[in-house]
Design a protein around this ligand. Structure first.
Ligand code: CAA
Length: 378
């Protein structure tokens, strides 16, 4: 199989690369200090990146899935914060409404999500329902034309900043995961309480908040699909979403590798560049090999998705391997940089801090192994 991008995909790659260098790179430091990149997201909206795969009829750029993965990959080389914001917004919010929303819901929310006027958040995880997402306890009770939702969520990416929240809550706790339903909730709805903004090891420009639903009143028309379909909707969208996180991890790994190759040629010890020592040269060789393997897995999964083929196993394999690669390659990058790598004057320590969470969110590496093994034995 040849990994060959089309002319259109190459144009997208060049456009995103230039945008990342000119518009994002100068803002990395302010994001590291905790600033949420609203201005960058607005510019991404103007460029069509916030609705990259959304059909034109809903205000999107109507590009193929591989172009979307290329965009996350390129953005994440410069800022993994921007990568995760876009991935969650697109894979598990905009696309989820596009695939499972009725026409009215699509007309109401998708064009605004596609232009970036609205940002999306995906609210599945709860304090006692992380990997075991099907055991969530938030409860939605039908009350006339509304549902009343009570419960709490944790680790909600884009929470507080987002205008649209996909909320998963049980309409029948006796049915386990078959009782879970999905709702569209708008920012500002009474009873939607934005809680603690987590202080994280990395991804400092992204928001990760706790949410409380205190008699949150959601119009019944905001139910997505049917009652009880929520868990399958979440799982099906995570199948695809995981390719986005894999692409984010790939971007971090590529950035760490590029920095390491450049530094190892320029840094001289014992009268020659450190790259000339096998101890460093072999390290770079292993890092390159892992990055190339990750790239093949990521773009193979993306290609399957772009062709409308099933890709759950391939998405999990791409996420498992690319995230492991991002962590290992960024640790090795710190080693190549030596003492300088441990300081904040160089970007490699940030790559490691940003990489670690890719092995945790959208399903831990252990959950990816579970998903892959289930595919093998079914
Ligand atoms: N597509 C569609 N349906 C699916 C599915 C899929 N990929 N996987 C499972 N289902 C269906 C099953 O067919 C089954 O349906 P029936 O009840 O009709 O038989 C139902 O869902 C339950 O399936 P399982 O018994 O296999 O489910 P489980 O409870 O054992 O859980 C799991 C499976 C893979 C462990 C799942 O809980 C999981 O993915 N956990 C990880 C959660 C996760 O990824 N969270 C991410 C949070 S979002 C985030 O991180 C975003 C961010 O901030 C970056």
């Amino acid at each position: 199989m040849e990994l060959k991008f089309t002319e259109e995909q190459l144009m997208t790659r060049n456009m995103v690369r230039e945008f990342a260098q000119t518009e994002i790179a100068p803002k990395v430091e302010s994001m590291e200090n905790g600033d949420f990149p609203r201005d960058i997201l607005a510019k991404m909206g103007e460029l069509g990146l916030m609705g990259i795969t959304t059909p034109e009829q809903y205000g999107g750029a109507n590009m193929d899935f591989t172009s979307y993965i290329i965009a996350i990959n390129e953005l994440s080389k410069v800022s993994a914060t921007i990568g995760v914001i876009l991935s969650v917004h697109t894979s598990v919010v905009t696309n989820l409404i596009l695939y499972y929303g009725n026409e009215e819901q699509k007309q109401k929310y998708v064009p605004k999500l596609a232009t970036g006027e609205y940002l999306g958040a995906f609210c599945l995880t709860e304090p006692s329902a992380g990997s075991d997402a099907g055991s969530l306890k938030s409860k939605a009770v039908k009350d006339g034309d509304n549902y009343i939702i009570n419960g709490s969520k944790v680790f909600i990416t884009n929470g507080g900043e987002a205008e649209v929240y996909i909320v998963f809550a049980s309409t029948d706790l006796t049915q386990g995961s078959r009782g879970i339903s999905a709702f569209i909730v708008e920012k500002g709805t009474e009873g939607l309480i934005i809680g603690k903004d987590e202080q994280k090891m990395g991804l400092h420009g992204s928001r990760t908040v706790q949410l409380t639903f205190d008699n949150l009143i959601v119009p019944a028309e905001n139910l997505l699909d049917q009652e009880g379909e929520g868990f399958k909707i979440a799982m099906a969208n995570l199948d695809v979403g995981r390719i986005g996180i894999a692409a984010q991890a790939l971007g971090i790994a590529e950035a760490a590798l590029e920095e390491s190759i450049a530094y190892a040629q320029q840094r001289t010890q014992f009268g020659k560049p450190i790259a000339a020592n096998q101890g460093v040269g072999f390290k770079l060789a292993d890092m390159t090999t892992a990055v190339e393997a990750a790239k093949l897995l990521v773009y193979r999964a993306a290609d399957l998705r772009a062709k409308g083929l099933t890709c759950g196993k391939e998405a999990s394999m791409a996420k498992l391997f690319a995230t492991k690669t991002a962590v290992e390659v960024s640790i090795e990058a710190i080693q190549v940089f030596g003492g300088y790598g441990y300081t904040m004057d160089y970007p490699v320590e940030r790559f490691f801090r940003d990489a670690k969470v890719t092995e945790i969110y959208e399903g831990t590496s252990e959950i990816q192994r579970l998903v892959i093994s289930k595919h093998l034995i079914k």
